[in-house]
Design a protein. Structure first.
Length: 297
C-alpha cells in the first residue's frame, strides 16, 4: 500500500494544532461534499480522502501512530508487540539480533499478507478494522422527537435512527460501520458525537428544561391567569396572590424526553421575573402614592 500524506491532503503542516486540523477539514469537506458536487466522481474521491485524513489526524492516539509508522500505523501496536517478541527470541539465541526502524515496512509485509516469504501466506493474523469517528450537528428541536437521518461516512451512506432525548456531547456506537477488517478480521465501529445547538428560549439540563417568564407587577400582587410556552405547546397557569420575584413553578412532565424511555419526560421549571411598570399615567402615579401612604400608616 502506497504512503498517503494525510497532512498534505488537509493542507496543514505536521505541527498543526487540533483546531487547525478541524478548521481545514470543515472547509475542504464543505467544498468537496457529494451534495455540493452531484455526479462528480473526482469530488467524491477527494471527499473520501479528506474524511480519511481527518479520522486519523483529529485523534491524538491515531495521529501519534501515523507519525511513527506511516502507512502501517493501524498495526503499530501489533508491530511493537511482535518486535519485542522477536528481540527476546533473537537475544536468547545470539544476544545481538534486533529490528531497526528501517525494517518496519518489510516486517509489516510479512505479517499482514504482502510478504515475500511463503511461510506467512495463508495464515496471517486477523485484525479489527479502524474505528471511525464522526460529528453530527443538530438543533435542540431536532432531538425532541425520534428521527431518522442518512449520514455519509467515508463515501458510505448509513441510515441512523436517533432516539429522542440525545444530549449534547453524547457519543453512540454503531457496530461494524468503521473500516474494513484486515485478513477477514471484523470491521471497525463508527462512533458518532452529537453537537446540539440550542436556539430556543429554554435552557436544558439533562431531562429538565428551564424558562424565565416575565410577570407584570399587578398580576404578581393580585394573582390571575397567564399563558406560557412549553417546548411543545402553550399552557395556562394560575398565578398566586402576592407572587414574589424569582419564585419558581415546576410543571411535571413538561420537560425533555428521557433518552430511550418512550413516553417519559423531565420537568419544566419556570422562574418568574416581575417587571416594574414604566411610562405611568398621572392617575397611576396618584394611585401608587395613595398605596404608599396606606403602607406607611
Amino acid at each position: 500500500m502506497a504512503f498517503i500524506d494525510y497532512y498534505k491532503i488537509l493542507g496543514v503542516a505536521k505541527t498543526a494544532t487540533e483546531k487547525e486540523i478541524k478548521t481545514a477539514y470543515r472547509k475542504l469537506a464543505r467544498k468537496h461534499h457529494p451534495d455540493v458536487n452531484p455526479d462528480n466522481k473526482e469530488a467524491e474521491n477527494k471527499f473520501k480522502e479528506i474524511n480519511e485524513a481527518n479520522e486519523v489526524l483529529s485523534h491524538s492516539e491515531s495521529r501519534k501512530k501515523y507519525d511513527k509508522y506511516g502507512k502501517d500505523w493501524k498495526h503499530g501496536e501489533e508491530f511493537e508487540k511482535a518486535q519485542r517478541q522477536q528481540q527476546r527470541k533473537a537475544q536468547h539465541q545470539s544476544g545481538r539480533q534486533s529490528y531497526s526502524n528501517e525494517e518496519h515496512s518489510d516486517f509489516f509485509e510479512s505479517m499482514f499478507g504482502g510478504g515475500r516469504s511463503s511461510r506467512n501466506q495463508g495464515r496471517s493474523p486477523k485484525y479489527k478494522g479502524q474505528d471511525y469517528n464522526a460529528e453530527l450537528h443538530l438543533n435542540l428541536k431536532d432531538v425532541y422527537t425520534s428521527q431518522q437521518q442518512v449520514l455519509t461516512v467515508n463515501g458510505k451512506k448509513i441510515r441512523l435512527t436517533i432516539p429522542a432525548g440525545v444530549e449534547n456531547g453524547q457519543v453512540i456506537k454503531i457496530k461494524g460501520k468503521g473500516g474494513t477488517g484486515v485478513n477477514n478480521g471484523p470491521d471497525g465501529d463508527l462512533f458518532i458525537k452529537f453537537n446540539i445547538d440550542n436556539h430556543t428560549q429554554f435552557k436544558r439540563e439533562g431531562n429538565n428544561l428551564y424558562q424565565n417568564v416575565n410577570l407584570d407587577l399587578y398580576t404578581s400582587i393580585l394573582g390571575g391567569e397567564i399563558t406560557v410556552n412549553t417546548f411543545n405547546g402553550k399552557v395556562k397557569l394560575k398565578i398566586k396572590l402576592e407572587t414574589k420575584n424569582e419564585s419558581k413553578l415546576k410543571l411535571k412532565g413538561k420537560g425533555f424526553p428521557i433518552y430511550k424511555k418512550e413516553g417519559e419526560f423531565g420537568d419544566l421549571v419556570i422562574t418568574f421575573h416581575i417587571k416594574t411598570p414604566t411610562d405611568l399615567s398621572e392617575k397611576e402615579i396618584e394611585l401608587f402614592k395613595e398605596l404608599q401612604k396606606i403602607k406607611k400608616k
